[in-house]
Design a protein around this ligand. Structure first.
Ligand code: ACO
Length: 351
């Protein structure tokens, strides 16, 4: 029995935010963002639109793409680091919004590796015979992290007001992170099927010693109360990131994981037809491609248009590759990711 992706869908919000638009809010430039990250634009959710809402759109599209109805799903895995609420998770909210019926939902939080960890769980559910059809969703609304008390109106074209120097200075404090992230969702339907196609070797890793390189210290249940105005004013509800540390780990550990799944499956890296890399930075994606010695066309990317959508990057990229005809039957494809945790790994998928 194999776990086969039979449907894919995406849900991306309406506001397209260019680098130039961000440079009106803070000291940054289109050139800096393009050269350092490859990002040209990203999508921002409407005010009041959460990661469940985007996940619902993506899931509806994926279920229809699989030729199924919402009532056909046996279980849901929802990966996000930006849930609508601290409790409950997005799973039950999505279940009700889609009318999935009385099926179990699992909320997981492995940040940029969330989709990869979700593939492992879905595969184990299917291999065990427990569930035959699993809906796996990765969705994020990062904009709530962005500490722009004022400026949203300008950004989405609803005001021509110039922001003040004080606002600009405040927005600039988090520019190394805020320019990298966007909102979006991707979903896949994974079904039990006989045959050659489906998920193969998956290797996952965690190193909690690296937890501090990408973390959010505010809004913590170690505090009383867990969030205060002072924490927000001190910028503690914005994730902190040692960009260079994450970069180095990403260009080392993702190629290592890809080699690991190849070795365990009796494949050479050259046998891979496509490697889908978590979309955090174009320089990281190109670094992974070069470390593996693969030609650029085998490592596609869409970070230019979406930025880093954390748990959503891999399902969005896979969906777009399918749409562009890049995914053909009989291919060896690998998904790989690394993110906060640190969590990383790779999953082989035979199309
Ligand atoms: N606009 C203009 N200048 C900026 C900006 C900005 N948005 N951000 C930082 N700078 C400045 C810095 O202040 C610094 O200035 P200085 O030299 O005067 O001190 C200069 O640009 C260079 O900054 P660096 O941090 O050295 O830039 P670097 O080339 O390392 O790129 C980046 C930074 C893009 C963050 C990179 O390190 C990176 O992508 N790291 C990995 C991030 C990642 O992969 N995250 C994924 C995990 S996400 C998850 O798990 C949720």
């Amino acid at each position: 029995m194999r776990s086969v992706i039979t449907g894919t869908g995406i849900g991306v919000p309406p506001h397209v935010i260019t680098n130039e638009a961000l440079s009106r809010l803070m000291d940054t430039s289109d050139e800096w963002i393009r050269v350092r990250s490859g990002i040209q634009e990203r999508r921002y959710a409407e005010l009041g639109q959460g990661s469940t809402d985007l996940g619902v759109i993506a899931s509806r599209n994926a279920i229809a793409d699989a030729g199924l109805a919402p009532g056909d799903m046996d279980a849901v895995i929802f990966a996000t680091m930006t849930p609508d609420h601290v409790l409950p998770g997005n799973g039950p909210l999505l279940q009700t919004a889609l009318g999935l019926g009385d099926i179990p939902t699992f909320d997981i939080r492995q940040q940029c590796s969330g989709f990869l960890y979700g593939l492992e769980l879905a595969d184990l559910f299917i291999q065990s015979g427990r569930y035959r059809r699993v809906l796996l969703v990765g969705a994020e609304v990062h904009t709530a992290f962005m500490p722009w008390h004022l400026g949203w109106d300008t950004l989405i074209g609803q005001s021509t007001r110039e922001i003040t120097e004080a606002e600009r200075a405040e927005n600039t404090l988090s520019r190394d992170r805020t320019v990298l992230f966007g909102d979006g969702a991707g979903a896949v339907v994974i079904e039990a099927r006989e045959g050659e196609a489906g998920l193969g070797t998956i290797r996952l890793h965690t190193d909690g010693a690296g937890a501090g390189v990408l973390t959010m210290t505010g809004a913590s249940f170690k505090r009383r109360p867990f969030v205060t105005v002072e924490q927000i004013q001190a910028g503690e509800t914005v994730p902190v990131m040692s960009g260079k540390e994450v970069f180095k780990s990403a260009v080392t550990l993702m190629p290592q994981s890809v080699r690991e799944v190849c070795a365990a499956s009796g494949l050479a890296v050259e046998d891979l037809d496509l490697v889908l890399v978590h979309q955090a930075n174009l320089r990281i994606i190109e670094g992974v491609q070069k470390a593996l010695g693969l030609p650029p066309e085998k490592v596609p990317h869409n970070i230019e248009r979406y930025g880093n959508t954390t748990a959503a990057t891999l399902p969005i990229l896979f969906h777009e590759c399918r749409q562009q005809g890049l995914v053909r039957p009989g291919m060896n494809l690998v998904f790989t990711a690394l993110g906060s945790g640190l969590h990383w790994g790779a999953a082989l998928y035979r199309t």
